[in-house]
Design a protein around this ligand. Structure first.
Ligand code: CU
Length: 203
């Protein structure tokens, strides 16, 4: 009797695995598909799927901003989204991207919607690009020590990232708080204004 039950269980499991394989095959033919059905057989969290390499943080005194960099690879078969970051070493942390400002200089700002990493893809966090921002350090980040931050994913799973603190003189992009973007009434198309006449203005 119990052998019969075990066999039925094994058959059910095999069918489940086949379904997952077929779904994976489908989604690879349709790279624009973002939403995937939740499968009951998946117990892997988003945090479990992500592996970090070359993590480091910029040395800075207490009260200053700083940033953490590195590479995050999604080795799982589901898209993962980092929705927030925190650390005991900062009053607040934010997920930042770096964009070209109206005046041509690089500015960093909070990444709306967080960082999404497709299956098999790597998110690079680097000076001048995406990074994890310490908004105000509660303690100095001293070169030679380690810093640890916690990433939270959209399924509420968390991943601790640790890396060595290094002296680094770059990454001086200006920070643009959200409210600075809101003052221009009726200038929604300002990104296009300066290019329409074909002239180049340096300032
Ligand atoms: Cu930043």
């Amino acid at each position: 009797m119990s052998n019969f039950r075990m066999t039925r269980f094994a058959v059910t499991m095999t069918a489940g695995l086949l379904t997952v394989s077929l779904m994976t095959a489908c989604s690879s033919n349709n790279a624009t598909t973002v939403e995937k059905p939740q499968t009951d057989s998946t117990t892997t969290t988003q945090a479990d799927s992500v592996n970090a390499q070359d993590v480091w943080a910029k040395a800075a005194p207490e009260g200053d901003m700083s940033a953490m960099f590195g590479r995050l690879t999604n080795d799982g078969d589901q898209t993962v989204t980092i929705v927030s970051v925190s650390s005991d070493e900062a009053t607040e942390m934010q997920l930042h991207e770096t964009v070209m400002g109206d005046d041509g200089s690089m500015k960093m700002q909070e990444k709306g919607g967080g960082f999404t990493i497709e299956p098999g893809a790597t998110l690079t966090l680097e000076p001048g690009g995406n990074h994890l921002m310490y908004m105000e350090l509660t303690a100095p980040l001293q070169a030679g020590a380690d810093s640890t931050v916690t990433l939270t994913f959209s399924d509420n799973s968390t991943l601790d990232l640790s890396g060595a603190i290094r002296e680094y003189s770059g990454a001086h992009e200006e920070y643009v708080p959200d409210h600075a973007m809101d003052h221009g009434d009726g200038h929604d198309d300002h990104e296009h204004d300066h290019d329409s006449d074909g002239h180049t203005h340096d300032h």
